[in-house]
Design a protein around this ligand. Sequence first.
Ligand code: G3H
Length: 526
Amino acid sequence: MNTIPQEFQITKPLIQDTYLVDGELKKWTGKTTEVYSTISSTENYAPTLLGSIPFMGETEAIEVAESAQKAFNNGQGLWPTMKVVDRIKCMEHFVTQMKTTRTEVVKLLMWEIGKTLGDSEKEFDRTVEYINDTIESYKELNSRSAHFSKVQGINAMVRRGPLGVVLCLGPYNYPLNETFTLLIPALIMGNPVIFKPAKHGVLLISPLLEAFKSSFPKGVISIVYGRGREIASPIMRSGMVDILALIGNSKSAIALQDQHPNKNRLRLVLGLEAKNPAIILPDADLDLAIQECIAGSLSFNGQRCTALKIIYVHENIAAEFNKRFAEKVDALVFGNPWEKGVSLTPLPETEKPAYIQELIDDATSKGAKVINAKGGEHSENFIFPAVLFPINKEMRVYHEEQFGPVVPIITFKDIQEPLNDMAESNYGQQVSLFGKNIKTIAPLIDTLVNLVCRVNLNSSCQRGPDVFPFTGRKDSAFGTLSIEDALRSFSIRTFVASKDNAYNNEILQELLNSKESNFINTDYIL
Ligand code: G3H
């Protein structure tokens, strides 16, 4: 179709016919799954064939688990015992190679998940920056630990060490960035990683396979393809996984944990669902609140775990807020990811428009109205965001994480109402609070910080910047991610201690001087 710029056209399908195991890109000759984009390449709508990926099963699952376990080798492997400086060199090699794949990865991000060109570029660049920042943070962590402390007659060198094999599963909405925010810290801390790309956003990993293969020792990173049931389940059942690192939904997280034979040995690093509310107080700056709520609820079509998924508006300002908010939603431009000025784009999940329609039908059958003119308009791969008002607790959209283009609005008279709802909710990631009077805001902040893990004042919810802790209460997360926190989440404190006497001290001194040990050394990495 001539409206697709030439550089973004799909000229031939990408056949991913290898997988990464034991340091080799092994040929796959078995069953494959075709990968389609919901974006059409032709005048008359038809999904576009992007390529195919291996459909792997239990045999390959066990093959990669054994390879990863061998790379860890009960802590004796090359990778877990390697000097920090050498692990950093491997990571630097990887990031240098990765940078050369930007054009290809960005193009696939647009086709596979429908992310706009600008946001796809941002996802790539943010990931490169995250890797560089992780390297710097690890150097600092290393320098802080590079000394002996003497306490009660004991000399000790305390560091952080790897835990073992990590199974890493990322989400489709940030198939590169969020996956790498797990995979990179896990690797750099000395853990071998098995990575299965998300259900959408899988081919975009192909340009990176060579970089992974050439940057790390064999077995340190394995990349497999297929359905969670067929591949992740047998890996968990094998008992060879020490950390389950997953950003996605809690049902799969629970199902996978349940399959592990030694649950107490399994560490968890999870980013799960959320239902972040916006609370608009009567004295809020409405222009600002509307602008932030549009971005918060509808950037990337609402497919963000941090998206605003319900808006509480004080009843005194609801009429004005709703009118202006609905107009702004209708003014958003829908189009293909590379088109200038688009903010709404095709949904990668074919079943999503029907699901959003179900939520709309359910809410309207229970008294809500679609208050924007374009709300609920269907096209082949999209449903225009519907603003639903007024919402009540009988409706599915009140409880379910919509993860798509529908914005429920509810009114409140007393601030205790949204606070009670948040306390009752299964989720506790973030909130956006809009208002000005500090006499009202101050006690609210003091409560809200105990209900969620980030209170965004007159600002939409978001994960970044990545130096800030990203976590949640209740069913929204397990563990904390940030550049620094992730290094901690994927490691454990471990140390060498020795009674302070001449005999021991001489040995320690010799260990330090000889640099024979990779653990006992005081080298600074600048
Ligand atoms: O899907 C959840 C992501 O962590 C959201 O990240 O707030 O940067 O879009 P973001």
